[in-house]
Design a protein around this ligand. Structure first.
Ligand SMILES: CCCCCCCCCCCCCCCCCC(=O)N[C@@H](Cc1ccccc1)C(=O)O
Length: 342
């Protein structure tokens, strides 16, 4: 089964080089909201189908295409309905391919050639609301602590105390072992001997946001709300924090650590949504899905080396865990480090 999604995240008017929904082409690149995530995959799938139909191609086995319309808001009415329908028909899938990692060009420090990473697992996620309620008042006679001050301190403690570096505990170690030959000396020796060098490598990886995301559960404060008037101390302050959970941890473990870090009973913690990291899909030589994907990547991307990786974002494919044990997350395009913030 091949998945992609049509919806995009909102486009605030500021900060665009071209109007976000123009799809303008410049210097060989298409600009617009959702070009990477995930219109390129949708178009790729549709163009491939069109070409196969034109050529009268007859596939050896049946396959499904699933195009969701609400991936960016968790896929409840798109991917999850597709899963329900397939389950009601008793369908089992050989493998699922969805968006995810890509051919990384200059993204992994020390690796010269472009390398293709196939996401064989996906991080978990937990989103919390932190709420503080304190007596309101007039700014002319402030109390020692306000709801805003208490909440800011809690959020700051979370930022200053990241969750532990888990490098070596999770599947990201296999990625470095498989790519060891792509690094120059002495990194190649270090990557091939993680039993000895993982303490050093893990410290280096946590220095950059994209590689930090693969070695630990990350903490991101995404919403912060309080106050409506400059001379009024508000009763309530609220923040939303999203954690992406490393495959070596669970929702329960993360929640325990967060409670201990905040360690302030005035901060009420409520869970908005959560799910554990996804199971690791097989990537051995006998796995049909992984091998098919690897062969295809080799033929399209000039024999780029292929390795399994951890998908740091979440995809619709996570809803398919009861239909197959083989879920792969790969978007067929090259990504450079400057593309990571796009
Ligand atoms: C050693 C260096 C390794 C460097 C790794 C580089 C990573 C390459 C970037 C790949 C990006 C992966 C993006 C995967 C697709 C994510 C799609 C997405 O944005 N999904 C949303 C879904 C969501 C989840 C929860 C609530 C709302 C939406 C997401 O936020 O994850």
């Amino acid at each position: 089964m091949i998945l992609a999604h049509l919806d995009v995240v909102p486009a605030p008017p500021e900060g665009w080089d071209v109007p976000p929904f123009s799809g303008e082409e410049r210097d060989g690149y298409i600009y617009g909201r959702g070009t990477l995530d995930d219109k390129s995959c949708v178009i790729g799938v549709l163009q491939a189908l069109e070409l196969m139909l034109k050529r009268g191609y007859k596939p050896k086995r049946s396959f499904y295409i699933g195009l969701g319309h609400d991936e960016e808001v968790s896929g409840h009415n798109g991917a999850m309905k597709i899963v329900e329908r397939l389950q009601s028909r008793g369908v089992k899938l050989l493998f699922v391919l969805d968006e995810g990692l890509a051919v990384l060009d200059g993204v992994i420090q020390g690796v010269k050639r472009p390398v293709a990473l196939i996401g064989t697992t996906e991080k978990g996620s937990i989103t919390l609301n932190l709420t503080v309620n304190q007596p309101p008042g007039h700014s002319s006679m402030p109390p020692e602590e306000t709801s805003i001050g208490i909440l800011s301190a809690a959020v700051s403690r979370l930022e200053r105390n990241p969750l532990p570096n888990m490098f070596g505990v999770g599947p990201e170690a296999s990625m470095f072992e498989q790519l060891a030959g792509e690094f120059a000396f002495p990194l190649n020796v270090m990557m091939a001997n993680l039993w000895l060098f993982s303490p050093i490598i893990s410290r280096v990886l946590e220095r950059t946001p994209s590689s930090n995301a693969i070695v630990r559960t990350t903490t991101a404060i995404t919403i912060f709300n309080a106050g409506v008037k400059s001379n009024v101390i508000p009763r309530m302050a609220r923040a939303t924090v999203n954690f992406r959970i490393h495959p070596g941890q669970t929702v329960t473990e993360v929640l325990d650590i967060v409670r201990n870090t905040i360690s302030d009973e005035r901060v009420e913690i409520s869970v908005l949504n959560s799910f554990d990291p996804l199971p690791i899909s097989p990537f051995d030589e006998s796995n049909f899905g992984y091998q098919t994907l690897q062969r295809t990547i080799h033929s399209v991307f000039s024999a780029a080396p292929v390795a399994p990786g951890v998908c740091i974002g979440n995809t619709d494919s996570r809803h398919f865990v009861n239909l197959t044990d083989s879920i792969y997350r790969f978007s067929p395009f090259k990504m450079k480090s400057e593309d990571l913030s796009r």
